[in-house]
Design a protein around this ligand. Structure first.
Ligand code: F6R
Length: 364
């Protein structure tokens, strides 16, 4: 049941500290501050290329993973949506690693993409929440999120738990390839181990986010901006808002805004900016200035340092706890989920069962 929550989605948002803690406990050893995967039927050090394929929200976690794998493990990563990948005759060098991400393990396009990768002699790994699923059965390796059932049609806890596993996977590949030293691994293991309590801190800020959600209900369009790993977060925030509240929303790479969408900005346009104070912060901040100069209503998600460093005048800020930038995508997912949730609740839409959507898309 929903316990004392009004919707399954709300309950599942609040389950995140626990389910991410459970999921991480399979991979992170807090005593030795190391990260390890299960034994694999191939050598990670020999993998020359990684291909990650998924749909929807799971595709957004794949995009975050691309940044992590490239930066930490210095390996070439290609990411695609399954409905494109399966039909485009992708050239996959033998011995590559193909990873399929799916909460349900049953999404038709992702399963077809997996079968294609198998036919191209890839090592096939899946990251699923349902261990009894078609994808889990057909893969060489199964990685699992330990979320329990996700009832709300809009994915929340499965997404953040996918990110937690992918972070561990990236660290494991980095170590196999000799690209990370013991000290950095220890820092990252600690940062990951602290994620559940940091999420709990973000959840404690729900009231402020609820008020912001209420302020969005009459918006016609909402733009989400981010750079680096915050770019896929912008895509995910926009997807959550549109599917739950039926308000048109778009996620954009902050630096790409001046190549088109800036034409949309006027004083009616809410712009949500995902901007932890990381190495790209100054770049994002200058894009935000361009939005402000055109009257856009900026809602900025950042940490204390980012909020202090930002020179412009935002409509509102959502302050996130300090964290290693590596784990920021997991934390910044939470206010994006809550914002979409509360906008929808105030609009009166069916949060757990948005129109036209199905939890598991088993037809293409
Ligand atoms: C959006 C959402 C969908 C799913 C997509 C893939 O909130 O939940 O976009 O992420 O249908 O589903 P899985 O992960 O089961 O393959």
């Amino acid at each position: 049941g929903k316990g004392n929550h009004r919707h399954f989605m709300h309950k599942e948002i609040y389950e995140q500290p626990a389910v991410i803690g459970d999921t991480l406990s399979t991979f992170v050893n807090p005593a030795t501050r190391t990260v390890a995967l299960q034994d694999l039927p191939f050598d990670l050090a020999e993998v020359s290329r990684v291909t990650i394929v998924a749909c929807g929200t799971s595709f957004h976690s794949a995009l975050v993973a691309k940044y992590w794998f490239e930066k930490l493990a210095r390996i070439s990563v290609e990411v695609d949506i399954a409905s494109e990948f399966r039909y485009r005759a992708a050239e996959l060098p033998e011995g590559g690693l193909a990873l399929f991400i799916s909460q349900s393990g049953e999404t038709a396009d992702t399963l077809a993409a997996l079968r294609y990768a198998k036919s191209q002699k890839q090592h096939v790994a899946v990251l699923v929440n349902q261990p009894e699923s078609s994808m889990a059965r057909e893969a060489d390796v199964m990685l699992q999120t330990l979320c329990g059932p996700e009832i709300g049609v809009a994915s929340t806890k499965a997404f953040t738990a996918q990110l937690a596993v992918l972070a561990c996977f990236a660290i494991a590949v980095a170590r196999a390839r000799g690209k990370i030293d013991t000290q950095r691994e220890a820092e990252l293991a600690t940062a990951l181990a602290e994620v559940p309590s940091r999420i709990a801190e973000v959840l404690a800020d729900e009231e402020a986010i609820e008020a912001l959600g209420k302020s969005l209900i009459d918006a016609r369009d909402v733009l989400y901006l981010g750079r680096g790993t915050s770019y896929p977060l912008a895509l995910e925030g926009a997807l959550k808002l549109k599917e739950l509240s039926y308000i048109h929303a778009e996620g954009y790479a902050a630096g790409e805004m001046k190549h088109g969408p800036i034409a949309l900005i006027d004083d009616q346009m809410p712009v949500i900016v995902v901007a932890p104070h990381d190495e790209l912060f100054e770049k994002t901040a200058s894009n935000v200035q361009e939005v402000l100069a055109r009257g856009g209503k900026v809602i900025m998600m950042s940490d204390a340092a980012g909020i202090a460093a930002f020179p412009g005048k935002t409509l509102a800020t959502i302050r996130l706890p300090d964290c290693d930038p590596f784990v920021a995508p997991i934390l910044y997912s939470i206010p994006l989920q809550l914002l979409a949730y509360h906008t929808a609740v105030h609009k009166g839409t069916d949060v757990d069962q948005p129109r036209n959507l199905a939890k598991s898309v088993t037809v293409e």
